[in-house]
Design a protein. Structure first.
Lengths: 158, 254
């Protein structure tokens, strides 16, 4: 019994995406929009962005975006991941996760793989998450379509 | 062949001992060379060009940040390797380059660890250490894509080799060291806002990395680049990638 080989446990279910809060280290910050600074136009960066002031136009980064308390973004946002504690008026498209803290105000559509909403956050807009495509909306009620695998499967033997 | 450019402040008696110690170390390492003493009326560019024609391969700047900026802003295009022997106060660039101030610098110079560094280009001349626009009503345009402005006055500091140090309200001064090989220059924007009757107060700085930037003001504003002060209405700042070959230390911060 002692020398019995321990077999690895079988994975029966697919693993759900795991979310871990993103902590920006001070040396990772590349672009900072400080308080009392207004940015207008296509604001793009290759690194992490921290917004403490106001931005109007569009925001794009492949990495992390942090919108601090009191910050205001009047723009469509595309980012790798984001943490919002301020106000965003525009659509948010994120490759990975979006975290909304209690002070967050979002007016616009959200598209993210992982969405974390703290109690008190306000959202006005549609929320779409990849993973449940094929939802048909009829008369205001969402109805899940049968998956393609189920359609192509042979009928059960009687 | 080595050429040493001594700043004029090294004539002072207090620096004689350090300068002598460095010269002895250079003799020990076998890297002595011609010594040229700078003054306010010497243009460095033709001086270095003449020495290059005579066979100089390495030009060593002896002095502080001011000397470093003054020499390299004029002679960045010269086809030589630059070295630096920091002496005296006002040496912040030496720490970034990993060169100890005083006698130990000769040791770094003798090892000849060379790196190519980015420098800045402002209105048809180079700047190496830092460019500063004191608080003024200006707008900053980045790479023709977006514009940054403040409600009131705005201070702009573009750092290349000299780190940006700012004093936080009632706390320890904070410094931000920039990377001279990342292919970008860093601009630090600090709005100066009015606080009731108690004068003005600096806000926390914004940081924007860029390759091309334009500062525009409705009224002429002061620009200080490497100690040279001018008044402009529009300034274009660009990055000159890997323009200068420099001897650096092992403990450099990039």
């Amino acid at each position: 019994m002692i020398f019995q080989k321990i077999s690895a446990p079988h994975k029966t279910e697919t693993a759900a995406p795991v979310w871990e809060p993103y902590e920006i280290r001070p040396d990772e910050v590349e672009t900072v929009v400080g308080p009392s600074v207004n940015v207008e136009g296509d604001f793009a960066s290759e690194g992490n962005i921290v917004v403490k002031g106001s931005v109007a136009g569009s925001v794009h980064t492949s990495k992390h975006l942090s919108v601090e308390v009191g910050a205001r973004i009047m723009a469509n946002v595309r980012a790798g991941s984001a943490k919002v504690a301020g106000e965003v008026r525009g659509n948010l498209r994120l490759k990975e996760s979006l975290e909304l803290t209690a002070s967050a105000r979002v007016v616009g559509d959200i598209e993210a793989k992982i969405l974390v909403v703290e109690a008190g956050a306000l959202i006005f807009g549609k929320v779409a998450m990849p993973g449940i495509e094929g939802i048909e909306v009829k008369g205001g009620k969402a109805k899940a379509l049968p998956s393609r695998k189920a359609e192509n499967a042979p009928p059960p033997a009687v | 062949m080595y050429v040493y450019l001594y700043d004029q402040f090294l004539r002072q008696r207090q620096y004689a001992a350090v300068a002598r110690a460095i010269e002895i170390s250079l003799t020990d390492y076998g890297i002595t060379g011609k010594i040229l003493r700078l003054n306010n009326f010497i243009d460095v560019k033709p001086l270095i060009d003449d020495e290059v024609k005579r066979g100089a391969k390495t030009v060593v700047i002896v002095g502080n940040d001011k000397t470093f900026g003054a020499v390299l802003s004029r002679s960045a295009t010269c086809p030589v390797t630059f070295g630096f022997l920091p002496i005296g106060p006002g040496n912040t660039i030496a720490g970034v380059l990993g060169i100890p101030v005083g006698g130990g610098a000769a040791d770094v110079l003798s090892r000849r660890r060379k790196e190519r560094l980015d420098i800045g280009w402002v209105n048809s001349r180079y700047f190496v250490s830092q460019l500063r626009v004191p608080p003024a009503r200006v707008e900053v345009f980045y790479d023709d894509r977006f514009k940054a402005s403040a409600n009131d006055l705005l201070e702009v500091v573009v750092c290349n080799l000299q780190p940006f140090v700012w004093r936080r309200h009632g706390r320890v001064p904070k410094s931000e060291v920039v990377h001279p090989q990342d292919g970008k220059l860093e601009a630090f924007l600090r709005p100066l806002t009015k606080r009731r009757w108690f004068g003005y107060r600096y806000e926390e700085p914004s940081i924007f990395p860029f390759t091309e930037m334009m500062i525009r003001g409705r009224e002429p504003f002061v620009v200080a680049a490497d100690g040279k002060i001018t008044k402009e209405r529009e300034v274009t700042i660009k990055l000159a990638r890997a323009q200068v070959e420099m001897i650096v230390g092992r403990d450099r911060k990039f």
